[in-house]
Design a protein around this ligand. Sequence first.
Ligand code: FE2
Ligand code: FE2
Length: 367
Amino acid sequence: MHYAQHNPLPLPSGGAYESLKATMETVFDWQYELRKQNLLNLYEKGKTLAWNANDLDWSIDVNIERLVRERVANGMAPMMNSLLNPPVALGDKEVVEFQLNMNAFMLSQFLHGEQGALLATAKIVQGVPWEEAKFYAANQVADEARHVEVYHRYLTEKLGLSYEIAPSLNRLLDDIMLDPRWDITFLGMQIMVEGLALAAFGVMRMQMADEPLIQDLIGRVMADESRHVAFGVLSLGDLYQHEMGAAEIREREDFIIEATHLLRERLLPSPVFEHLGWDVGVWTNWAQQTPFMRGFRQMMFSKIVPNLKRLGLLTPRVRDAYEKLDLLQFENHKDSVEDPEVTPPQELVQLLAQFMQGTAAQAASSH
Ligand SMILES: [Fe+2]
Ligand SMILES: [Fe+2]
């Protein structure tokens, strides 16, 4: 695929390339015994449902600024001020800038997460001992390359505004890549990072309902991601519930708790405040405290929590940590085996509807 890279991504402080010495063992499986039929089914599905980045209609004119200005004209600024209670009341101009940057920030982190998934899955091909898991992971590698391709094209050709990787996401991807245990690569990428991505993509799709190219792009990516998360859930269940001892499980608990903190941090838009020249401390503190944004961040875990439960990893220690973060509310939601599609939690749909309706109500009352 050829596309003009009008707006190259800004580089992180470490420069254009980041090298890590990963130490995972590479495992050949000379038995070629295909034991896990459910993984093979997923593999068949993955091959059949592959798409091409060229299938998207790249001729669509994307003008996010116009979309945001329309919302602002419908009363978005007073709505945001009353619902989000920012430290300084936002005017129309600030709301437009904030929305444009938030959108670019989120999409940029999606791109960087996709590159992480590409590399992590390549590592899984090498390290996972089962032949059928290697097959599936290889199929996922191709999916992730396509995801990097479409997000990158969208950001550089269509948006013209992008962000470098957020430090907390960078740290989590590094942890995942450096860990020598193949199941931690799975746990970190397929369960944690991709579980969060599924929820975040769903939100982006609802927020950008009036932008047809991103609708198509995210719809295709999400269909792939739900298989990837299911791959993680199917691959790890037996291992954690029947094969590992207490000491090993304890290490997985530590990893989950640390990854959860990093993912929550990754959702804070501090780089946006910095880019806008707003007081980063004041605004980040606000983003941490304000109920709407807190609720929003919690809901990003709505797929992760039931998946951990299915894996047997919602142990007393993890429960305790999640209780403090108010995340146990999702434990009875459907996991990725029961519901591979992403149904956004009802609370989130209501929250966003409130936001959209608030805009509409403001518009109605101003006429
Ligand atoms: Fe992906
Ligand atoms: Fe993925």
